[in-house]
Design a protein around this ligand. Structure first.
Ligand SMILES: NC(=O)c1ccc[n+]([C@@H]2O[C@H](COP(=O)([O-])OP(=O)(O)OC[C@H]3O[C@@H](n4cnc5c(N)ncnc54)[C@H](O)[C@@H]3O)[C@@H](O)[C@H]2O)c1
Ligand SMILES: O=C(O)[C@H](O)COP(=O)(O)O
Length: 597
C-alpha cells in the first residue's frame, strides 16, 4: 500500500500499517541540541524577499530633498524620474522595489497591478496618503509608509500665514499695487485678536495652529471627534461639537484628513449653519470642501473670505470660479514647502523606505501594524514562534480537510492591554497560509489573505499569575473541524493542537495534541508516535545518523510509562523518503510525520 501523501508543502505521511520491511541500524549519532544554531532562522519581518540579494531599485517620482536621496543611494539604485504620466509610471514600476511620491502622483490600483509583485514599499514623503490606493497596496502585500511629522510645523505656519494674509487682504493688495493702483480704502481688513477660531481636526497640524492662534490673542475652539479633551485643555482649547464650531466661529481652519466621512464636510447645508461673514482657511485637503458650494456661500455673503492651499483637483482648472474669486486667496499646495520641512520629510521617508527594504518593520507603516521598536525587540522570538506554530498546525492537517477555523490562545501574565497580538496573529496567518499556497503573506496582507481564503482566526487570552516580565508564557494554535495526518496531534477536544514557548530566546514546540514534548523549532521536525519502550530514541537517531541527517533535538512525551508516547525530533536536513520509511519500519512506531519549518 502506498504510504506517502506528499502535500503542497512536500510533507510526508507514513503510517505503520503501510510499511513492509524492517531494518535496524546501529546508533551512531547522539541527539544533540545546539542553541547557537541560528543559520536557519529567518528574518522575521520580511517585507522584501527577492531584493535582499541584489541592490533594490527605488523610483523617486517627485522631487525629494537631497539628504533623503543620498540616504537612499547608500542602499539602493535610485531612479529620479519626475512628471511621469500614469502610463509611464505603470511601465517603470515593474522594475522597482520601492516608489517614493509626494501628493502629486496618483498611486492607483493599476500601479500595483503593473508592478508584477515587485513593488514592496510605497513611501509617501509627507502626511496625506489619499493619493495612494491603500486597499490595492494591502491586497498586493505592499507596505505603505509615510513621513507624518516632518512637515507639521510648516503646514501649521502656512495655515497661520494664510489666516493673517486673508484677514489683511495681503495677496489682493499686492496684486493691486503691482497693477499700478493704490487702494487703501478697498483693502481694510479685520483683526484677529479676540476673534473665535474653530480648528476642525485637532491632530498634529491642528493643535500647532491652535497654539499659534492663541499667541495671536484669538479665542480658539476645536472640533475633533477622536481627540482627547485633556490634550486640548492643556493648550487652552475647548473641544466642541461640529455644529457649535460652525455656529460660533469667526474663522474656521480645516485640519482633518480626507476620508469618506470628511469628504465635502463643508457643503450647502453646513455653510448655512455658519456665522454670516465667516472666514475659512484650508491647508488640509481640497476634497473636504464642496467647492461649488463654497462659491455659492461666498456669493451669498455667508463666507466673507477663504484662503485655500489645497483643491479637489490639483492643479485646479484655470477658469475655476473659486480660484478666480476676488475674496479667495490661493497657494499651490505649499503647506509642506519649506526648505526645512522638505529636508526633514526626505530623511524621514528615506529612512522608512530603506528600513522596510531591509525587512525591518516600519514605525510609520500606514497599512500594517505599527509596533514600537522596544515592543518589537521583546516580541521577536514570539513572532518567530507564532509563524512556526502556524506552519506546523497546517502541515498536520490531512489533505482534503479545508482549514477554516483556527483558534489562537495567548497565555500571559500581562494585562490584555499590555499585549498587542496583531503582529503575532499576522505571523500565525503567514505560517498557516504559505505552506499550502503560492501566496506570499506578510504583515501587510495577512488579515486580507486570511479573509480571502475564508480563514477565521479567533484569539483568546489567558491571564496567568506570576511575573509579567516576559510578554508571553505560551502560544497555542488549534485548527478545528479537520482531520490530521498525525492522529496524535488531535487533542481531547477534537482539534489539531500545537503549543509553543520561547526558551532562552529560541522558540520551542512544547505540546502536540495531548502530548507534552520539547523540541526547538529550528530546521525541520519529525513527530513520531510509538509504544513507550527503551531504546526508541537510539533506534530513530541511528536511522537518521546513517543517512547523515543531523538531529538537533529530541524529546519524548508520553501518556504513561510503557503506553503511547510522542517523540519530537528536530533535524537540520530533510531526510530522504527511504530514511523516513526506515523510521516507519521500526516495529514500535505507529505513525509519524515529517514537518518543514
Ligand atoms: N497643505 C499641506 O501641504 C499639508 C501639510 C501637512 C498636512 N496636510 C494635511 O493636513 C491634514 C492634517 O494633517 P495632520 O498631520 O495634522 O494629521 P493628524 O492625523 O495628526 O490629524 C488629523 C486629525 O483629524 C481628526 N479627524 C478625523 N476625522 C475628523 C472629523 N470628521 N472631524 C474633525 N476631525 C477629524 C483626527 O482625529 C486627527 O486628530 C491632513 O489632511 C494632511 O494631509 C496638508
Ligand atoms: O499631506 C501632506 O504631507 C501635505 O499635503 C504635503 O504634500 P506635498 O508633499 O505634496 O507637499
Amino acid at each position: 500500500m502506498a504510504a506517502t501523501t506528499p502535500t503542497a508543502a512536500s510533507n510526508l505521511l507514513i503510517t505503520k500499517k503501510n510499511l513492509s520491511s524492517l531494518s535496524l541500524i546501529s546508533t551512531n549519532k547522539l541527539p544533540t541540541f545546539s542553541p547557537l544554531h541560528t543559520s536557519s532562522r529567518r528574518q522575521l519581518f520580511i517585507v522584501l524577499s527577492a531584493s535582499l540579494n541584489s541592490k533594490p531599485t527605488v523610483l523617486v517620482a517627485e522631487k525629494l530633498g537631497e539628504a533623503g536621496i543620498n540616504l537612499l543611494k547608500d542602499f539602493a539604485n535610485v531612479d529620479c524620474s519626475y512628471n511621469l504620466s500614469p502610463d509611464e509610471l505603470c511601465t517603470k514600476i515593474s522594475l522597482c522595489d520601492a516608489l517614493i511620491v509626494r501628493s502629486g502622483t496618483k498611486v492607483s490600483r493599476e500601479v500595483f497591478e503593473s508592478s508584477g509583485g515587485r513593488l514592496k514599499v510605497v513611501g509617501r514623503a509627507g502626511v496625506g496618503i489619499d493619493n495612494v490606493d491603500l486597499a490595492a497596496a494591502t491586497e498586493h502585500g505592499c507596505l505603505v509608509v509615510n513621513a507624518p511629522t516632518a512637515n507639521t510645523i510648516a503646514a501649521a505656519e502656512h495655515g497661520i500665514a494664510l489666516l493673517a494674509a486673508m484677514a489683511r487682504n495681503v495677496a489682493q493688495a499686492d496684486a493691486s499695487v503691482k497693477a499700478g493702483k493704490w487702494q487703501r480704502n478697498k483693502y481694510v481688513g479685520v483683526s484677529l485678536v479676540g476673534k473665535t477660531l474653530a480648528v476642525m481636526g485637532f491632530g498634529k497640524v491642528g493643535s500647532e495652529v491652535a497654539r499659534r492662534a492663541k499667541g495671536l490673542g484669538m479665542h480658539v475652539i476645536a472640533h475633533d471627534p477622536y481627540a482627547p479633551a485633556d490634550r486640548a485643555r492643556a493648550i487652552g482649547v475647548e473641544l466642541v461639537s461640529f455644529d457649535e464650531a460652525l455656529a460660533t466661529a469667526d474663522f474656521i481652519s480645516l485640519h482633518m484628513p480626507l476620508t469618506p466621512a470628511t469628504a465635502k464636510i463643508l457643503n450647502d447645508e453646513t455653510f448655512v449653519k455658519m456665522k454670516k461673514g465667516v472666514r475659512i482657511v484650508n491647508v488640509a485637503r481640497g476634497g473636504v470642501i464642496d467647492e461649488d458650494a463654497l462659491v455659492r456661500a461666498l456669493d451669498a455673503g455667508i463666507v466673507a473670505q477663504a484662503a485655500l492651499d489645497v483643491f479637489t483637483v490639483e492643479p485646479p482648472p484655470q477658469d475655476s470660479k473659486l480660484v478666480q474669486h476676488e475674496r479667495v486667496t490661493v497657494t499651490p499646495h505649499l503647506g509642506a514647502s519649506t526648505m526645512e520641512a522638505q529636508e526633514g520629510v526626505a530623511i524621514e521617508i528615506a529612512e522608512a523606505v530603506v528600513g522596510a527594504l531591509k525587512g525591518e518593520l516600519a514605525s510609520t507603516a500606514v497599512n500594517a501594524p505599527m509596533v514600537p521598536a522596544e515592543v518589537l525587540t521583546e516580541l521577536k522570538p514570539f513572532v518567530e514562534l507564532a509563524e512556526k506554530l502556524g506552519r506546523l498546525a497546517v502541515q498536520l492537517v490531512s489533505g482534503g480537510s479545508g482549514v477554516k477555523d483556527v483558534k489562537v490562545t495567548y497565555a500571559s501574565a500581562r494585562a490584555p492591554d499590555d499585549l498587542d497580538t496583531r503582529v503575532l496573529r499576522a505571523m500565525i496567518t503567514k505560517g498557516l497560509i504559505e505552506p499550502i499556497s503560492s501566496v506570499f503573506v506578510n504583515l501587510v496582507n495577512a488579515d486580507f489573505s486570511a479573509k480571502q481564503r475564508g480563514l477565521r482566526i479567533s484569539e483568546e487570552r489567558i491571564l496567568q499569575d506570576g511575573s509579567p516580565e516576559s510578554p508571553l508564557d505560551f502560544i497555542q494554535v488549534q485548527v478545528a473541524n479537520v482531520e490530521s495526518k498525525f492522529a496524535s496531534a488531535i487533542s481531547e477536544t477534537g482539534e489539531i493542537k500545537v503549543e509553543g514557548r520561547v526558551k532562552d530566546g529560541i522558540p520551542h514546540l512544547t505540546r502536540v495534541g495531548s502530548f507534552e514534548v520539547d523540541v526547538s523549532l529550528e530546521g525541520s521536525i519529525i513527530l513520531c508516535r510509538q509504544v513507550d519502550q527503551p531504546g526508541m530514541i537510539g533506534k530513530v537517531g541511528s536511522v537518521l545518523g546513517e543517512q547523515n541527517v543531523n538531529v538537533s533535538f529530541m524529546s519524548v512525551g508520553r501518556i504513561a510509562p510503557r503506553k503511547q508516547a510522542v517523540m519530537a525530533i528536530g533535524v537540520d536536513e530533510q531526510p530522504s523518503k527511504e530514511t523516513l520509511k526506515k523510521i516507519g519500519d521500526i516495529p514500535a512506531v505507529e505513525e509519524f510525520v515529517f514537518l518543514k519549518l
